[in-house]
Design a protein around this ligand. Structure first.
Ligand code: ADP
Length: 183
């Protein structure tokens, strides 16, 4: 099994759920920038205060802020990891490449979870998180399309990308991911 993984896909594709399962079964560090940011908001740290309004609008938090979070978690970590929700634009991807070169750890696979917009919106509305109302959801999908989707080519060009159908049960999708990673 590859040990340094990145999960990519639109909001609602189930990245968080699958990333958590896989990280647990393969003993990898699960780094979700969304979860880490929500924890900062919850604790009311200066960083959280800065991020809260931006997240509620469905915009991206500043690159500097999320990069600092990721760097602090990866810098002293020994062993495999799984990045979920980061990078989210080309600038973040380039900074990540530089950081990983510095740490002498390369990404081994990028898992792209693909799903139709209709299903994505239904899933997010059912989840009902603070930033899961219809207007904000549509905006997050737009931000994904314009800022995050270009990363698909970025990683395809490097021969790292595998695409997984994100429709079906949690178990089915989990099995698809394991299959793809075993190849
Ligand atoms: P989803 O997968 O549903 O978009 P996340 O938990 O990954 O949910 O992210 C929720 C919000 O947190 C995003 O809309 C954004 O405001 C912020 N966020 C998470 N990761 C990043 C990142 N790498 N860069 C900038 N903002 C981020």
């Amino acid at each position: 099994m590859k040990e340094r993984l990145l999960f990519l896909g639109p909001p609602g594709a189930g990245k968080g759920t699958q990333a958590q399962r896989l990280a647990q079964s393969q003993d990898l560090l699960h780094l979700s920038t969304g979860d880490l940011l929500r924890a900062e908001v919850q604790s009311g740290t200066p960083l959280g205060q800065e991020a809260e309004a931006v997240m509620a609008r469905g915009e991206l938090v500043s690159d500097g802020l999320v990069i600092a979070i990721v760097r602090s978690r990866l810098e002293h970590h020994q062993g495999g990891w799984l990045l979920d929700g980061f990078p989210r634009n080309l600038a973040q991807a380039e900074t990540l490449d530089t950081l990983l070169t510095e740490l002498n750890q390369a990404i081994e696979r990028v898992v792209l979870m693909e799903l139709d917009d209709g299903i994505l919106i239904q899933r997010l509305l059912a989840r009902g998180r603070a930033d899961d109302n219809e207007g904000v959801i549509r905006h997050r999908l737009e931000v994904y399309r314009t800022q995050t989707a270009p990363l698909i080519e970025h990683y395809k060009d490097r021969g790292l990308l595998i695409a997984v159908d994100a429709a079906g049960s949690v178990e089915q999708i989990g099995a698809n991911i394991l299959d793809c990673l075993a190849k």
